[in-house]
Design a protein around this ligand. Structure first.
Ligand SMILES: *Cc1c(COP(=O)(O)O)cnc(C)c1O
Length: 363
């Protein structure tokens, strides 16, 4: 089937850059460290299945997703590596995870007890793989109390479960002020020290921690998200430290060119009026693709030159390639550049590019 490919608006995904980024992180971690590739939200817009396959081939030990459906999509596509659902899954769906060998995050004793009861009543045959989430200050999900945590670990010894991992998540790992981060590390260490025996996967680091706080990682696995896609943290002015390469390029091509005479107006609401004769190009891309309408007046890259959207400094023929986001010659527009213009974060720009835009994989 060729539907979805009959247009020149595409999102190119450089899997070679993805491999480079994973290896760059791996190279600065202690020997024996592992990497989980965070592929939630359609792999931050880069395509769940191809990115997961490439990341695992590049040495990632497992994947992290946000919801059970994403993990099942990986299984449906023959990807059997460890896959951890980072969000809380409703207990009534948890047996689906157990049957598919998908690992779930559990953040409370209640949840475990309820699952335990259901598993016994229904004679669910396969143990559920569990990572205990620990809330050391993110304020989102997970255990906050060490006693409850230890009771959970006891319950995980029953045959309905497999205690596979424990983890926490940082709220301020990309901040220059390290006070809150240090508090979270201290709290995390108390949970780690409360156990005589640790589960196989102990993880605390997201991209920011893997970049800037490597020396403080007391865990054996890093969860790589935004850095795997080659980007610095959103709204973060500290330089990234890994030599990352951007993985995605959002591209289109001019579909129509005309000469606009001085005084003539364009587009809905006639929002723009030419002050002098100028060349105008139409680009076949817009908010229905996930390119925000609020980027009106922003720039794109044509022929490696920086220019205002649709107003051209000279004539270019139809089909001239245009880069909306990514690299073009020596120029680059990062997801952060777009995000700043719109008033959001780069994660939202990346995950917003929707399925109408065909993903093209190279390398
Ligand atoms: C999304 C997420 C990550 C990845 O975050 P990045 O900042 O993209 O590295 C890691 N851990 C958890 C729990 C997450 O939800």
């Amino acid at each position: 089937m060729i539907s979805g490919r009959l247009r020149k608006t595409t999102y190119q995904v450089d899997l070679g850059a993805l491999r480079h980024n994973i290896q760059a992180q791996r190279a600065v971690l202690p020997a024996g460290s592992r990497i989980f590739a965070v592929v939630k939200a359609n792999a931050y817009g880069h395509g769940l299945v191809p990115v997961a396959q490439a990341a695992l081939a590049a040495g990632a030990t497992g994947t992290c997703v946000a919801i059970l459906d994403e993990a099942l999509e990986l299984r449906d596509n023959g990807i059997d590596a460890l896959s951890l659902v980072l969000g809380i899954t409703a207990v009534e769906y948890a047996n689906v995870a157990a049957m598919a060998g998908v690992s779930l995050t559990v953040g409370s004793l209640d949840w475990l007890q309820e699952y335990h009861r259901l598993a016994q009543v229904n004679h669910w045959p396969k143990p559920l793989k569990v990572h205990l989430g620990i809330d050391t200050g993110m304020g989102r999900i997970g255990f906050t109390d060490i006693d409850q945590f230890k009771q959970a670990v006891e319950l995980l010894k029953s045959p309905e479960f497999e205690f596979e991992g424990m983890f926490t998540h940082f709220a301020t790992a990309d901040s220059t002020d390290q006070t809150y981060f240090d508090k979270q590390v201290t709290r995390w260490q108390q949970f780690v020290d409360s156990l005589d025996e640790l589960p196989p996967y102990v993880h605390m680091a997201n991209s920011a921690t893997g970049m800037w706080h490597r020396e403080l990682i007391t865990a054996n696995t890093v969860r790589m998200g935004i850095s795997m896609y080659g980007h610095n943290l959103s709204g973060c002015d500290i330089k990234e430290t890994l030599g990352l390469q951007p993985v995605g390029t959002f591209k289109t091509a001019i579909s129509f060119v005309k000469k606009l005479k001085a005084g003539e107006s364009v587009s809905y609401g006639a929002t723009y009026t030419a002050k002098e004769d100028e060349w105008l190009a139409t680009l076949p891309v817009g908010y229905a693709d996930g390119y925000p309408r609020s980027l009106t007046g922003f720039k794109v890259m044509v022929d490696g030159m920086d220019q205002m959207m649709v107003r051209l400094p000279k004539y270019y023929p139809v089909d001239t390639p245009v880069v909306l986001m990514g690299k073009s010659g020596q120029l680059e527009l990062t997801p952060t550049d777009l995000a700043k213009q719109v008033g959001t974060i780069n994660y939202e720009i990346l995950t917003g590019i929707n399925n109408r835009v065909h993903r093209v994989y190279k390398n």
